[in-house]
Design a protein around this ligand. Structure first.
Ligand code: A2P
Length: 339
């Protein structure tokens, strides 16, 4: 079997990575439709040894498509994903629009592929920082029972798309950026995502908390989050502190993580062997290291978790969802009346 696949946002950072990941993983493509805004219509893109012409995304773009990977911003997903689902095309959406919608599964295949079985045509790809954290947390939860997580992120600028990369690179070159993702300088600085909630939390922090609970099916797990943007081009790092029901040792944590799908242990700190964003870039795994016990609580440990936010944090996870749907024969779905 092969499938007609659309990428909405094909000219963006994540969209281009989706295309590369589909190629690398040899996804069975019958036809490919590359969609973007009217500004990009007519652009020529090479993929799968052919040339494709980018088309303008419209509500009619999805006729005959089996799968649409969306990464064109939240408002675009909100507007167009329901048209795709109505045309019988399964949407895997990278924006935050549908993530907490009760009819949309929010999936990281290593954690909750089962949630794909009864989807209704729109599947949400989680937030990049959440994806890498839950991949590392799930084996710990299974082995020791997760009680509380305290996470601080060190997020790269590519999480804000091409604009983020352009902003940092311009400042490093001593130029004024054409557009900015923060009112503060990014170069040689650390900044926060925009804080729009009266609680004082950024949306990114709220997303990590809510999405982790939904993906891991742990509605009451305690999570404390601080999200920080650092002047790194690609790959997010996270300091993840866990408190568990059962006692842990460094060796038992390593044993729980070792060999688990999507995880690579990089943990020989005496020899300066630990995950870094530079080493994790362009890779699909979640890299875990600096495993230490936290003696400030009864059963606590520290982990350092690093992954490429454009790949496992976005494109690779979306393609893995598509692969899982295909492998289980779960592309067909019962539509909902209204999204
Ligand atoms: P375009 O390149 O034509 O603007 P990034 O996250 O790197 O900024 O990329 C965003 C992606 O979403 C791009 O492919 C962009 O297309 C696409 N996009 C943004 N707004 C729209 C829209 N209204 N309709 C279709 N595609 C859009």
């Amino acid at each position: 079997m092969s499938y007609t696949v659309a990428i909405a946002g094909a000219t963006g950072l994540v969209g281009r990575t989706m295309l590369r990941v589909l190629e690398e993983r040899n996804f069975p493509i019958k036809e490919l439709k590359l969609l973007a805004s009217a500004r990009s219509a007519g652009q020529v893109v090479s993929a799968f040894g052919k040339e494709y012409i980018v088309e303008e995304l419209t509500e009619h773009s999805f006729a005959g498509c089996d799968i649409a990977l969306f990464s064109a911003g939240g408002s675009t997903s909100k507007q167009y994903a329901p048209y795709a689902a109505a045309a019988g095309c399964v949407v895997i959406d990278n924006s935050s629009t549908w993530r907490m919608h009760p009819n949309a599964p929010l999936v990281v295949p290593e954690v909750n592929a089962y949630a794909l079985e009864h989807h209704h045509g729109i599947i949400a790809n989680p937030n990049c920082s959440t994806i890498q954290m839950v991949v590392a947390l799930q084996p710990i939860h299974e082995q020791f029972g997760l009680k509380r997580v305290v996470v601080s992120t060190y997020q790269s600028v590519s999480g804000a798309g091409q604009k983020g990369v352009d902003h940092l690179q311009a400042e490093i070159q001593g130029k004024e950026p054409e557009s900015r993702i923060s009112t503060h300088p990014l170069a040689y600085n650390t900044v926060f995502h925009s804080i729009t909630d009266a609680s004082g939390f950024s949306e990114e922090e709220i997303k990590m908390k809510n999405e982790t609970r939904k993906i891991m099916n742990l509605p009451d797990v305690k999570i404390a989050v601080t999200c920080v943007r650092v002047p790194v081009l690609g790959a997010h790092s996270e300091s993840v502190n866990v408190e568990t029901e059962k006692p842990m040792t460094v060796e038992s944590i390593r044993a729980a993580l070792q060999g688990k799908p999507g995880i690579t242990l990089v943990d020989d700190p005496i020899n300066a062997v630990y995950p870094t964003p530079v080493a994790a870039s362009n890779k699909d795994d979640v890299f875990v290291g600096r495993i230490r016990l936290d003696d400030s609580v009864e059963n606590g440990a520290h982990l350092w978790v690093v992954s490429d936010n454009l790949r496992k944090g976005a494109a690779t996870n979306a393609v893995q969802i598509a692969e899982s749907l295909v492998a289980h024969n779960w592309l067909r779905f019962e539509p909902v009346e209204q999204w």
